[in-house]
Structure formats: structure tokens, C-alpha cells
Design a protein around this ligand. Structure first.
Ligand code: NAG
Ligand code: NAG
Ligand code: NAG
Length: 439
């Protein structure tokens, strides 16, 4: 996936190994967690660097599988067709530290704002990586039987069974689900979880027993979506359904990305827009995108391209797990055509899913996403992706495939969110955006 990001980071950092090592050990404080790019020098998940072109193609393949996953989050549907053909490795891009159990066992979990639950690989898991959570070593671990209230979301079997203290994951209520192109089989369990210096008792999560496919993040994931099993729903008294994050840029040498949980130390002066709830995809953070400005010009996009539709799930979401923003075709074409118009005679080329690449600098200074009540003006670093050598620049967005279930969904993705603080204010039902150099 973001192997490009890695190759760029590596390029930047290879001269400062000691600085990097020192910063990698930064302790999480209070309710604030350090957020790392999965391919950053501090991450154990760094893949081998790929040539630039290959890594871009890989990232786009990942996004396709991500989009398929997002579209599968439709009420009542638990399966998404598994991508066939070549292997697609779709991994979320950012990770944080979580401590699970008593005494705490640390895992580097992926931050996923579109997933409801936490899914943690447990000891004995078939197909998981070597770092797992070992329930047998935790004195506060507890499996959940079907019939407990927490199961009702995922339950196949609603028979009322008393929740009893049981010691084997094998007897926990089991769920099968998918993540990207992976299939997951997990037991629903409870244990204490600590994030930075906060602790949440009896946290319900999926103890993963079996994985097929390569999409699942190596040490599991932490769902910050809007469903009943998400971190926010299970910690309302502590965090009041409020969090914010700043995703560090891929050129980061500073590792100041952060996830702040709870209403304290959140930005007060921040532009916000109303969050919308789409019953069709209830875990996702929908907002109302109304127009797009390329440079100084609002491009001509039919209102239907942005329409929020509870019947189909169409609309616009913020997602931390997709890398490049995807717009429905008429919106993308209008943006792209304006970029091309401003590039006049420069020869345009394509690279994988990017169809607007140049061997000269792209002369569009900003792109503005206009939401209800909030304009977000992005500098070039948030919409132009450049090769390490600087010889190729592409408009870092793509069109949603037409005719698919995804064709109505606009996704504001992580490349476009880098170096911005994104605030989710549950009680006010607002999403805020502010520039912040967390690189
Ligand atoms: C989950 O999948 C496994 C096979 O991997 C199967 O044995 C089991 O019955 C499935 N459970 C449910 C609840 O569908
Ligand atoms: C951790 O779990 C134990 C046992 O369930 C509980 O007594 C304790 O208060 C929990 N810690 C926190 C911080 O919730
Ligand atoms: C967003 O920009 C448009 C025009 O560029 C302007 O008319 C509108 O008032 C702005 N909205 C906000 C909330 O600032």
C-alpha cells in the first residue's frame, strides 16, 4: 500500500537514525496518543520500498478494496465479495498503541474511523502475525456469550444465555466478518483497555481466532466509527463521544501525529460542519459536500453528485483508511478538467488510477472542498503526489467506479487530511477541520 510513503520517508530520514530512534519511544500522555504512519521509521510494519510507480499502483489497488469494504457496511449485510485475482493488501495507514488486559499487553493497532469494533488478534489465531494478545495472561479477561447485550449487533443466535465467567475464547460468542478482502472469525470478549494513561474497564472487542486474506492489520484495529461497539460508544462517560486526530504527512520527520480522546484540549476555534447519519451505513461519518473550488474557480458539478441518500448510502464521508480521495465521476471529471485546463499545453500522462500526471509542476495552488458551513482549502501537499525524484506529479484523487455500489460515495481520504486536525464532536454532531502541522 503506502510503500511510496515509506520510500519517501526513508529518503528523508536515513541521515538521522538516532533522532528517529529517540522519537519513536515517545510516551503517550493523558488522553493523547501518538499516531504513526504505518510505514514510518518507527513502525514495525514498514514494508520494503517499492519503485515509485509500483507503490502508487499498490496504493490504488488498496483503495479499491477499501471502497468495496466501505460499501459493504450496509445494514444487515456482513459480507463483501472477496477480491479475486491478484492479491490486494489493503491495510489502514495509521497506527496507535493500545494496552489490553491486566497486566497490560501492548499492541500497535490501526486507527479506523469507519469501523465499529476493535478486532484484536489473539493467541492461537490461525493466519495472524506473531504479535497477539494472550487472554490466558490477563486476569481481567472475560468471554461474552451470545445473548449478552453487546452481542446483539453481531449475533446470529439471540437465545438468552446468562453471561457467565468463562475462561476459554472458544466458548465466547463467535462472529464471522470481513475486513477489506480478509475474512475474520472472532470471539466477542471483554477486557480492560488502556489508551495513553486512560483506562476503560470491561471493553468489548473481537478476539480474532482466524484470518484468511491479507487485508487485516498485523496487530489488529481500533474502530472509531459510530456504532454501538465502537470505542466512542463504549467510553461515553470518559470521552463524551468526542475525539480528534492529526495524521502526519508522509514526509514526516517529527512524528507529531496524534489522537486526542475526549472533550479536553480539543481546538475551540475550528471550522465545523454538521455530521449526518446515514442509516444505510450507520458507522460512517457523513457530511454534506456542496461544491469544489479549483484555484479560484468553483467547478461545475451537478448537485446529484453530492446528494446524501439514506436509501442507497450515497453521500460524502471522511475516512482515515482510504489513502486517496475518491469522487463520484461527474465531480472528479469537473475537478480534473479544471486542473488540465490550467496546465494548458503541458503533456498529460496517467499512472495507474491517476489520469492527470505531469512532468512539470502542477500550477493549481489550492483545492477547496466546500461543505455546509465550512470551506476546507487544501494546499498542494494535500492533492498533488510527487515522485521521490520530483519528476512526476499527479493529481492525487480518483473517480469512483461507475455502476458499482460505490458509485455514489465520495470519500475524503487520508492524503487529503494529512496535517489537518479532524475533530469529531459527538454531542454537537459536528465534524471540524483545522490546519495543523503535525508532520
Ligand atoms: C464462521 O466460519 C467458520 C469457518 O471459518 C464456521 O465453521 C462457523 O460456523 C462460522 N460461524 C458463523 C456464526 O457463521
Ligand atoms: C480493570 O478490570 C478490573 C476487573 O474487572 C476492574 O476492577 C478495574 O476497575 C478495571 N480498571 C479500570 C480502569 O476500569
Ligand atoms: C465558502 O466559500 C464561498 C465562495 O468561495 C463563500 O461564498 C462561502 O460563504 C464560504 N463559506 C464559508 C462557510 O465560509
Amino acid at each position: 500500500m503506502a510503500a511510496l510513503l515509506f520510500s519517501l520517508v526513508a529518503l528523508f530520514l536515513c541521515h538521522h537514525p538516532s533522532t528517529v530512534a529517540a522519537r519513536c519511544g515517545v510516551a503517550d500522555q493523558g488522553s493523547t496518543l501518538q499516531v504513526l504512519h504505518v510505514n514510518s521509521p518507527c513502525s514495525p510494519f514498514r514494508p520494503k520500498a517499492l519503485p515509485w510507480e509500483n507503490s502508487v499502483l499498490q496504493m490504488q489497488a488498496d483503495d479499491k478494496s477499501r471502497l468495496q469494504y466501505l460499501s459493504s457496511l450496509v445494514a444487515g449485510r456482513s459480507f463483501v465479495p472477496i477480491a479475486s485475482g491478484r492479491t490486494i493488501t489493503q491495510n489502514p495507514t495509521y497506527i496507535v498503541r493500545a494496552n489490553i488486559g491486566t497486566p497490560p499487553q501492548q499492541l500497535l493497532v490501526a486507527l479506523d474511523t469507519s469501523n465499529d469494533a476493535a478486532w484484536i488478534p489473539c493467541t492461537g489465531c490461525v493466519g495472524c502475525s506473531s504479535s497477539t494478545f494472550d487472554p490466558a495472561k490477563s486476569s481481567t479477561f472475560k468471554p461474552l456469550r451470545c445473548g449478552s447485550p453487546q452481542c446483539s449487533q453481531q449475533c446470529w443466535d439471540h437465545r438468552p444465555i446468562n453471561v457467565r465467567y468463562l475462561t476459554q475464547v472458544a466458548v465466547a460468542h463467535h462472529v464471522n466478518t470481513t475486513y477489506g478482502s480478509s475474512s475474520i472469525s472472532a470471539g466477542l470478549v471483554q477486557d480492560n483497555i488502556s489508551l495513553a494513561t486512560d483506562s476503560i474497564g470491561g471493553y468489548t472487542f473481537g478476539c480474532v481466532q482466524k484470518i484468511t486474506g491479507s487485508s487485516f492489520p498485523a496487530q489488529g484495529l481500533l474502530g472509531l466509527g459510530r456504532g454501538p461497539l465502537s470505542l466512542m460508544s463504549q467510553s461515553t462517560s470518559l470521552y463524551q463521544s468526542t475525539f480528534s486526530y492529526c495524521l502526519p504527512g508522509y514526509k514526516s520527520t517529527n512524528f507529531a501525529g496524534s489522537l486526542r480522546l475526549g472533550p479536553h484540549s480539543q481546538p475551540v476555534r475550528i471550522k465545523t460542519t454538521q455530521l449526518l447519519r446515514n442509516p444505510r451505513r450507520s458507522s460512517l461519518y457523513y457530511i454534506n459536500l456542496v461544491a469544489i473550488r479549483v484555484g479560484g474557480r468553483i467547478v461545475d458539478i451537478p448537485a446529484s453528485a453530492f446528494a446524501f441518500d439514506p436509501n442507497t448510502g450515497a453521500g460524502t464521508i471522511f475516512d482515515s483508511g482510504t489513502v486517496f480521495t475518491i469522487l463520484v465521476k461527474p465531480a472528479y471529471v469537473a475537478v480534473r478538467d479544471e486542473v488540465r485546463r490550467r496546465m494548458r499545453d503541458a503533456a498529460v500522462s496517467s499512472l495507474g488510477g491517476f489520469d492527470t500526471c505531469y512532468n512539470v509542476a502542477i500550477s493549481v495552488p489550492t483545492i477547496t472542498f466546500m461543505f455546509t458551513g465550512m470551506n476546507v482549502t487544501l494546499p498542494q501537499d494535500n492533492f498533488v503526489i510527487r515522485s521521490s525524484a520530483g519528476s512526476t506529479s499527479c493529481l492525487a484523487m480518483a473517480a469512483a467506479a461507475e455502476g458499482s455500489v460505490n458509485s455514489g460515495l465520495n470519500v475524503i481520504a487520508s492524503f487529503q487530511q494529512q496535517n489537518h486536525r479532524i475533530l469529531i464532536d459527538g454531542p454537537k454532531s459536528k465534524l471540524g477541520v483545522a490546519r495543523e502541522a503535525c508532520t
